[in-house]
Design a protein around this ligand. Structure first.
Ligand SMILES: *Cc1c(COP(=O)(O)O)cnc(C)c1O
Length: 346
């Protein structure tokens, strides 16, 4: 890996961060008149902990990663945007991403005026190592990987992911938004081996909290310290911090829900196999199935008319005539399967 000083934008490396009242004094006192807050208790009259200390301690225990290696953001979206703002000089640097993958990496590149280079996955939806490194040059700061990948649903091979991390001199981001649905274990346990690895996870999928907007980034402490310098001082509000602390206490029941979704994925797959309008069901390690169909637009429109919304992925690289179907409840699965069976008979 190149030195962090070479990878981080100069203005960010030199940045003196805003020092908030809550970061200058931490601890117990009886009178807080340092932050111009309203003194009357409304439950929310005080600023939140800028570093979410208690929440990170719980997360640290659950994930087996020190609190100093954790960043929390307003969804994964915040971490994705911060990675561009920290590492990529607009109009000079570039990033390389697998294709197809999650759309936000490209949108954030456009917003930050950073060149976004895409490298097609191979016919097994795995990383094409030679093509990936052919796209890398001296101005490549980040490689974006996503495993299990969206929208393909599969896990990338661990050997190839590790080869990318160890060969690349810049930052490798591994988005593990769907890791809890996967048979392949997270790379989090090996984070300490890789100073250039950033792992993203989220409360939006397995944790059932997309509405809350809370995302996690795990990385070497030197990288997390820069995240903390650049983020809005109070990015995670009090309601979210308390909610997430309570949610983590319920980790066992969340895990049972996830196991149920994994079982339902099998049920959905079995029912879709009976539909002649579904030509292929791709293997999934996530909470959705990518399926290739006899006509994505027509089936999509038909389903909309019956009140069922799936995601049309036709037009995305390697996803011709494909639909992406999220694993819903048993009832929702039956409704989707029944609608597709009716489409077959049409
Ligand atoms: C859904 C999803 C996320 C979650 O993003 P949030 O901003 O945390 O809701 C992240 N990455 C991928 C690949 C996703 O599909």
């Amino acid at each position: 890996m190149k030195r962090l000083e070479e990878l981080v934008r100069d203005n960010i490396y030199r940045l003196t961060p805003y020092s908030s009242a809550r970061s200058e004094f931490k601890g117990d006192a009886s009178v807080f008149v340092d932050a111009n807050e309203n003194p009357y208790d409304t439950l929310y009259n005080r600023y939140p902990d800028p570093l979410q200390t208690e929440l990170k301690q719980k997360l640290s225990a659950l994930k087996g990663v020190p609190a100093g290696n954790i960043f929390l953001g307003v969804g994964s979206d915040e971490a994705i945007d911060l990675l561009y703002r920290i590492f990529c000089e607009p109009r000079r640097d570039n990033v390389v991403a697998i294709d197809p993958t999650y759309g936000m990496y490209g949108v954030c590149a456009d917003i930050n005026e950073v060149e976004y280079r895409t490298v097609r996955l191979d016919d097994k939806f795995d990383i094409d190592i030679d093509a990936l490194f052919a796209a890398v040059d001296d101005a490549t700061k980040i490689i974006w990987l996503c495993s299990p990948n969206n929208p393909t649903g599969n896990s990338l091979s661990v050997g190839r992911v590790k080869e990318v991390i160890s060969r690349f001199g810049g930052i490798v981001v591994l988005d593990e938004a769907y890791i809890d649905f996967s048979a392949t274990p997270s790379l989090l346990g090996e984070l300490h081996n890789w100073p250039n690895l950033v792992i993203l996870q989220t409360f939006s999928k397995a944790w059932g909290s997309a509405g809350v907007r809370l995302g996690m980034a795990f990385a070497d402490k030197a990288i997390i310290d820069i995240f903390n310098k650049v983020k809005y001082p109070y990015n995670i509000n009090v309601l979210t911090q308390r909610y997430a602390e309570k949610l983590l206490d319920k980790a066992p029941s969340v895990k049972r829900r996830v196991e149920g979704i994994i079982r339902n994925r099998g049920v959905l797959e079995k029912l879709l196999r009976k539909c002649s309008c579904i030509k292929k069901i791709y293997p999934s390690d996530a909470n959705f199935l990518l399926v290739s169909t006899t006509g994505a637009k027509e089936i999509y429109d038909y389903l909309v008319d019956t009140g069922i919304i799936v995601r049309n992925r036709h037009g995305i690289t390697l996803c011709d005539e494909c639909l992406r179907i999220t694993v819903g409840t048993r009832d929702e699965i039956r409704l989707v399967a029944a609608a597709l069976a009716a489409y077959d008979k049409k």
